[in-house]
Design a protein around this ligand. Structure first.
Ligand SMILES: Cc1cc2nc3c(=O)[nH]c(=O)nc-3n(C[C@H](O)[C@H](O)[C@H](O)COP(=O)(O)OP(=O)(O)OC[C@H]3O[C@@H](n4cnc5c(N)ncnc54)[C@H](O)[C@@H]3O)c2cc1C
Length: 520
């Protein structure tokens, strides 16, 4: 299988890394001769960190970023904190109980370098897609290149070509929604808020106000201010920008404006995400306001959802209908992101209808704002959510992202996300002493493990497939009963939760898996 990924923005880069992770041949095409230098997104949420880790690209990103454990909501007049999201509430759920700030134009070259390290020659700069045709066998794509027009054939075309997507336009797909009357203005300023002008702001702080709100983001090399700019308001001068910042943070000395950017804000979602062998992803599929860092990070959910599906099709383990789930699940996740972004915008304006992200409780709010709380509609029953609730970790359901908890195999600790990084995994929660019989049943692409607090004697074959769960910490955290099978997908989401009979033949796991592969 050969897959064309068009657009080397963050979503094209993450998607190409994902395809490489699963061993699918990908070529990444970018119309420009270099990656974008524009000042755009600045915060990467925890769920995106997990996706980057799975695809082998997290370490250099972390090295270049600034980590944050608190997102604050400050009163614009007094600078007092009204409320804050504490990422430490995620300690039970992830190995990364924090978010990071990194400018998009620093992130993209890191992802690109990593991609070329892992799969040299994947990227072709200076290749602009100008057209394509598709049939049952392939997609023929036409590129405008420095050497003239070129036509190449691929099995699939992933449209990561951004908000003005040519591919979306050629498909005749509408991107429905609204464009917000205000534009937003990003301003990067170098100033010392640590020592010379000490401020106690969280590294990501939202200053809400009816008339004039502001978001303050500490970047590795500067402080970034984001203001709304009314439809008729002219672009402020450099002094005007500094004055505006001072209206929020008080007097500070030695301010240097590094750069600024004004951009329109949309809230739009494509009416269709897949047409045969062509899939829309990232901004090509959805344009969200930058509120709560949902733009880039919602796109990363797309890049988590598509590559494993293509891998399973390539390996002959699933038919093409496995791609239907992408449109069904991800479009809903985006609807949730849109609702959260709208709630955030209302909140910043202190409008009366502002509901704080619809999540509740310290844990629920931290899960929601980190995007760890996404529940995908894996059963296609219309049950999905972006929000979690509660002060403490709550039981999981089908579609949830599995918490990245440790179990213990023969070689020591193994985390749940590592177990399923390139496999469906059936976790059989049960009692080793009952020797569950069905465990040996398997299918291509499916691994099975017994999870129990009871170890097996070394001479039993069962021990090979046993993961020790001391104190049943994992079973309790998931909130499942003994004799329950939890089926994990390669993107860490729970595909099914079903009871099993320890004396049965193990058909439950195979049936649940086959149903997803649509081969049953
Ligand atoms: C000014 C600005 C500020 C933003 N701030 C935030 C923020 O604070 N937080 C947040 O979460 N999000 C923010 N966003 C949104 C975020 O930047 C996007 O969600 C993100 O860039 C989407 O990534 P993408 O890869 O889907 O698309 P893009 O980043 O747009 O990348 C698309 C790529 O495709 C290439 N391309 C286009 N057409 C073709 C073609 N025909 N052939 C080949 N290549 C093509 C383009 O050159 C580009 O490199 C901001 C956006 C802007 C514009």
């Amino acid at each position: 299988m050969r897959v064309a990924v068009v657009g080397a923005g963050p979503i094209g880069l993450i998607t190409a890394l994902g395809l490489r992770h699963y061993g699918v041949e990908a070529v990444l095409f970018e119309e420009d001769d270099a990656l974008s230098q524009d000042t755009k997104a600045g915060t990467v949420l925890t769920r995106t960190l997990e996706v980057l880790r799975r695809y082998g690209a997290l370490d250099p990103v972390l090295r270049a970023s600034i980590r944050i454990d608190e997102v604050g909501d400050l009163d614009r007049e007094t600078n007092e904190k009204n409320f804050s999201v504490q990422s430490s509430a995620l300690g039970e759920d992830t190995r990364f109980p924090f978010l990071i700030n990194i400018p998009q134009h620093h992130l993209e070259p890191i992802l690109h370098e990593r991609l070329e390290e892992l799969a040299p020659g994947t990227t072709r700069l200076g290749h602009k897609l100008t057209g394509f045709t598709q049939d049952d066998e392939a997609v023929e794509i036409t590129f405008d290149t420095p050497g003239g027009e070129r036509v190449e054939s691929f099995d699939y075309l992933l449209a990561c070509d951004g908000g003005r997507s040519t591919i979306r336009r050629l498909l005749g797909v509408e991107i429905a929604g609204i464009t917000v009357p205000d534009r937003y203005m990003l301003v990067d300023m170098r100033m010392d808020l640590d020592v010379a002008n000490h401020r106690d702001y969280p590294y990501l702080a939202y200053f809400g106000d009816e008339d004039e709100w502001m978001i303050l983001i500490r970047q590795p090399h500067c402080w970034r201010f984001l203001f709304p700019l009314g439809p008729d308001q002219p672009e402020p001068s450099q002094d005007g920008l500094v004055d505006r910042a001072r209206r929020f943070i008080g007097d500070v000395d030695q301010v240097e404006v590094l750069g600024s950017n004004i951009y329109p804000v949309h809230q739009r979602v494509a009416t269709k995400w897949r047409d045969g062998r062509v899939l829309l992803m990232g901004d090509a599929a959805h344009l969200l306001t930058p509120m709560w860092a949902l733009g880039l990070n919602t796109g990363a959910l797309d890049a988590s959802n598509v590559p494993w599906r293509l891998a399973w099709i390539e390996r002959g383990w699933a038919d093409q209908s496995l791609l239907d789930g992408y449109e069904g699940e991800q479009a809903m996740a985006t609807k949730g992101s849109s609702e959260m972004a709208e709630a955030a915008r209302a909140h910043m304006h202190k409008r009366e209808n502002a509901a704080l992200g619809m999540a509740t409780g310290d844990w629920g709010i931290a899960m929601t704002r980190s995007l760890l709380g996404v529940r995908l509609d894996v059963d296609r029953t219309g049950v999905w959510s972006m929000n979690k609730h509660g002060t403490d970790p709550a039981p999981v359901a089908s579609g949830d992202r599995i918490p990245d908890l440790p179990l213990y195999g023969g070689g020591g600790e193994v985390r749940l996300h590592d177990l399923c990084a390139d496999a469906f995994v059936a976790l059989w929660f049960g009692d080793t002493r009952q020797r569950p019989r069905g465990l040996t049943q398997t299918a291509p692409g499916l691994d099975s493990f017994l999870v129990s607090r009871w170890d097996a004697p070394p001479e039993l074959d069962l021990r090979e497939r046993l993961l020790l769960d001391p104190g049943e910490r994992v079973r309790r955290r998931l909130g499942v009963e003994d004799n329950t099978l939890v089926l994990l997908r390669p993107d860490d989401h729970i595909a099914a939760i079903v009871p099993f009979d320890p004396r049965g033949d193990g058909g439950d796991a195979i049936r649940a898996y086959d149903r997803i592969m649509k081969m049953a």
